[in-house]
Design a protein around this ligand. Structure first.
Ligand code: LLP
Length: 439
């Protein structure tokens, strides 16, 4: 039995407020919703929908803002490739002076293919395979972030066999709650991530004694979509304390990787503050003679992307607006109950009186729902909308579920735009499949 459309929340921002909070978006009487200087309807006309569109200018500006906040600190930015791994995005990050944080062979190879030098790459992740560790070592990356005592032994053995030594940082699990969604919390003791805080001194000493690894410092990452500085302050204080403990034992600690996680305002609230993050780093690690690193993903690229969709039909006494985009494109609402702004592309549509509707996709799952009880202007069949803040954990988390080809991607830069990924052809959905003779 269907639940009634939930009541509209009082704090739901209007379409105008959503646009006003995002400098890369504007609404024009004739051209409608515009990303930088390119009307999104023009891109939808050419590419069809669903389609992703990214703003190069927004990505560049955000990286510059983050780097400016870090100025004065000995800090490098390693962009978390998992947030958006497109080669063009990686090129923008590299050109802006960022390295990369990778978690797989695929991401490492992509980062290298985009021209990011191995010396600017950090490899994180709880389950690096032998093949991935070997690649990281032979490429000569900046450091591997080790997530367990067991992994440390494996890395040392592989590096020794290769006749070298791998630079490693130990990922500390500080047991700090980041105050974010449980599915993206990584810094509490119950999660699989990192080395338990109290075990770190022994594991670090073991690393210093092993032939195949050179321990260079610590790493931490407490979660994603963090909107306040308090969890960072708590985690950094614990990490700084650990650096002092290790140094008191005569162990060399020269690097501190402060992780990612800085949140963005998905409604019209302000984004997490890079200046506040830098302040927390300065407070905890200032004067400690540490090379600092941050590895943000979402904050750099999330607000720079939109997902364009078309209303396929409106059903159920106007209650359900069915889009041609679905959970297989943008998974976040289904997976984390995430809220994404929805804005009509046509200026006339965007200003109409609003009623609460459920915005859903066509996939055969009840969780294929982008918004419940969302106050939206009347959307007719054929109207086009943009789902906002889809630049991070959007296209990278897509699947082809329900036989739906991967959507195309366009990149806007000022008044120019280009297709940076074609729509997948239907035949490519089964191109790698073989039907064995015995059936
Ligand atoms: N470093 C490490 C070790 C990470 O595991 C992550 C993200 C990052 C950096 C970057 O975090 P960010 O700055 O983007 O918050 N799919 C989820 C988010 C998963 C984050 C996983 N790890 C979502 O859509 O909300």
């Amino acid at each position: 039995m269907a639940a009634p459309a939930s009541a509209v929340l009082d704090d739901e921002p209007s379409v105008a407020a959503l646009i006003a909070a995002r400098p890369q978006l504007s609404m024009h009487a004739f051209d409608g919703l515009t990303l930088e200087q390119v009307p999104l309807a023009r891109i939808a006309d050419v590419l069809g929908t669903p389609a992703w569109v990214y703003s190069a200018g927004a990505m560049r500006a955000r990286l510059a803002e983050l780097k400016a906040a870090m100025a004065g600190l000995p800090a490098d930015v390693h962009y978390a490739v998992k947030a958006n791994d497109h080669l063009a995005v990686l090129r923008i990050m590299a050109a802006g002076g960022a390295g990369a944080d990778v978690v797989s062979e695929g991401e490492l190879r992509r980062a290298r293919a985009a021209g990011i030098p191995a010396s600017a790459i950090v490899f994180s992740g709880v389950g690096k395979t032998e093949r991935e560790i070997r690649l990281a070592i032979t490429e000569g990356i900046h450091q591997l972030n080790v997530e367990s005592a067991e992994e440390l032994e494996v890395i040392s053995a592989i590096a020794s066999a290769l006749g070298g030594r791998a630079r490693v940082a130990l990922r500390v699990n500080p047991d700090v709650d980041a105050g974010t969604h449980a599915k993206i919390t990584t810094g509490t003791a119950e999660t699989k991530f990192g080395i338990p805080y109290d075990d770190v001194p022994a594991v670090y000493a073991r690393a210093a004694a092993l032939p195949g690894v050179e321990p260079v410092g610590l790493a931490l990452h407490i979660g994603s979509q963090i909107m306040s500085t308090a969890p960072y302050r708590a985690a950094f204080a614990r990490a700084a304390e650990m650096v002092r403990t290790l140094r008191a034992q005569g162990l060399a600690v020269s690097r501190m990787d402060c992780g990612g996680g800085l949140g963005i305002g998905y409604r019209d609230e302000p984004d997490g503050s890079p200046a506040a993050l830098a302040g927390a780093m300065r407070t905890a690690f200032g004067g400690m003679d540490l090379e600092l690193m941050v590895e943000p993903g979402r904050w750099l690229v999330g607000p720079a992307g939109v997902l364009l969709a078309t209303v396929v039909l409106v059903k159920g006494q106007e209650r359900f607006v069915v889009l041609d985009a679905a959970m297989n494109e943008l998974m976040r609402p289904a997976m984390y109950d995430a809220w994404h702004g929805i804005v009509p592309l046509a200026a006339g549509t965007a200003v109409g009186a609003t009623t609460p509707v459920d915005v859903v996709g066509p996939v055969c799952e009840s969780s294929d729902t982008f918004a419940r009880g969302r106050a939206l202007p009347r959307l007719e069949r054929g109207a086009r909308v943009a789902l906002l803040d889809a630049g991070a954990y959007g296209a990278v988390m897509s699947s082809t579920y329900n036989g739906r080809p991967l959507a195309p991607i366009a990149l806007v830069d000022g008044d120019r735009w280009a297709v940076i990924r074609e729509r997948q052809a239907h035949a490519d959905l089964w191109a790698g499949e073989r039907v064995p003779e015995f059936i």
